[in-house]
Design a protein. Structure first.
Length: 475
């Protein structure tokens, strides 16, 4: 039985499964004992992290041995338990940041008109804010709520002689708004590298003008995202990247793990762009970023390593000729990959290592036995197979692949124009190399000049290497 309920419950850890049982045992949250019985019937399977192999009629018999199966009633039970599971997830999220429940309590104290409780709870909320090591946008939003509640209490007292400082309210609201707006704008800029996005967020020019006029360097979230923005929009000014690196060293631990991972990803993507334009010195930069991310476990999301990060790390390790380190990484971190991507990612990256060790037979056998679901893994696998056919002089297979690869690129609409152009240029120049090697007429100096002036070519380093081999082969 696989439905929304089992799909949701299978995402729970064993600890969360036990917590959820306590949750539904509470009459405050659940008064239907049949939902407890349904959960207890599912629990043995969930703790083994297996798909529930009971069909709905068998499960019904466990709950109602003397009653005929009623599909409507069974669906209602599943729906009600799912609603409790969703409420439990929301409650867990609500409890994540201890200052959030405290702020809700302060608001409730005001609504219940309990002034004797206000000072104590304001003090507790302030202490929680001080203890919070994070300085992301959420911190400033919570500080805005806290300062706003304090001001409201003073205003309600209507003491005309008391001075009310509203600057913390406006300042923290501005910090939150600017930091959050910058964060989402940086995400949009990043996505535009891979996908077609036409939307341009409003009011960004006003924010940039304010950032140029005022000093926000003491606000980590604003300083970090503004530097990321400058990396994307003024990427030729490499001082921005080095300043971002300094901010990462200074402030990366002031962000929750998932947000810190995203910030590291921005820095990594900048390095990747530089590497793709031939700036090979950025290989060592991104290698250091990945090693730091692995060491601090920033690079993991919910305990899992992204298959794209896995591939990028392998690629960098290979390019730096760190073959032993890379092989250990491929094997040691395979189990950290999400299950649905594990075999594809492991197989592709092992093939990549074999390719660079010139073990071409193993490359072909690996790549031809796997169907890649992710479009970027798919494109890179085609590129690797293209290079392998060229290296092994499998010309007939290579010509067929070049044609099918071009058709694939034109059909995949999710691929950005830039990425499509890069791979189409790889196909074009590989055909020219193949023609040259087979004695067909091409001006080799013209091709070399194209490779040296056009950076929008996938695997440009490999193409340059192969063009240098042509004169030797011709002679």
């Amino acid at each position: 039985m696989e439905n929304k309920l089992s799909y949701t419950l299978r995402s729970f850890s064993k600890y969360e499964l036990n917590q959820f049982r306590k949750y539904i045992l509470s009459p405050f949250f659940n008064e239907n004992e049949q939902l407890i019985e349904l959960y207890d019937a599912l629990l043995p399977y969930l703790k083994k992290q297996k798909v529930i192999d009971l069909d709905k009629e068998d499960l019904w018999l466990k709950l109602y041995p003397q009653k005929k199966y009623n599909d409507t009633r069974f669906r209602r039970l599943n729906s009600d338990l799912l609603k409790l599971a969703e409420d439990f997830i929301a409650y867990k999220q609500y409890q994540k940041n201890p200052v959030v429940p405290q702020l809700f309590l302060i608001k409730a104290i005001g609504e219940h008109n309990l002034p004797k409780l206000q000072n104590t709870n304001f003090k507790q909320a302030s202490q929680l804010q001080e203890k919070n090591v994070y300085r992301n946008a959420e911190y400033y939003y919570n500080e805005f709520i806290l300062q706003n509640q304090k001001a409201n209490v003073k205003i309600k007292k209507f003491e005309r002689n008391e001075k009310i400082d509203v600057s913390p309210i406006f300042n923290n609201l501005d910090y939150f708004y600017i930091a959050e707006k910058l964060k989402f704008y940086c995400e949009v800029l990043n996505y535009k590298e891979f996908f077609q996005i036409d939307y341009e967020p409003p009011y960004m020019n006003q924010i940039f003008q304010q950032l140029e006029q005022l000093d926000y360097e003491n606000i980590p979230a604003i300083a970090m995202y503004y530097r990321i923005f400058l990396c994307w929009t003024e990427e030729e000014n490499e001082a921005h990247y080095h300043q971002l690196g300094e901010l990462l060293q200074k402030h990366s631990e002031k962000f929750p793990q998932e947000e810190a991972y995203m910030i590291y990803s921005f820095a990594q993507n900048y390095c990747i762009k530089k590497i793709n334009t031939g700036r090979q010195e950025y290989l060592r930069e991104i290698f250091k970023l990945y090693q730091t991310g692995l060491h601090k476990r920033v690079i993991f999301v919910n305990g899992k390593l992204s298959p794209w990060d896995y591939k990028n790390i392998v690629t960098v390790g290979i390019r730096l000729k760190e073959f032993e380190w890379t092989e250990d990484f491929i094997n040691d971190y395979k189990t950290h990959l999400p299950l649905e991507f594990r075999e594809n990612a492991y197989t592709f990256n092992l093939a990549n290592l074999y390719f660079n060790q010139q073990n071409y037979d193993k490359v072909i056998s690996l790549l031809l036995t796997v169907e890649y679901q992710d479009v970027f893994y798919l494109l890179d696998s085609k590129s690797m197979l293209l290079k392998t056919y060229y290296e092994t002089q499998e010309d007939e297979a290579l010509y067929a692949l070049l044609d099918s690869f071009k058709i694939l690129l034109m059909r995949k609409k999710v691929v950005s124009p830039q990425i499509r152009t890069n791979y189409l240029n790889l196909i074009k120049h590989t055909k020219k190399l193949l023609d040259l090697r087979n004695g067909k007429s091409h001006d080799i100096n013209t091709i070399k000049a194209e490779l040296n002036t056009d950076s929008n070519i996938a695997d440009i380093g490999w193409l340059k290497e192969k063009i240098e081999e042509i004169p030797l082969n011709v002679e």
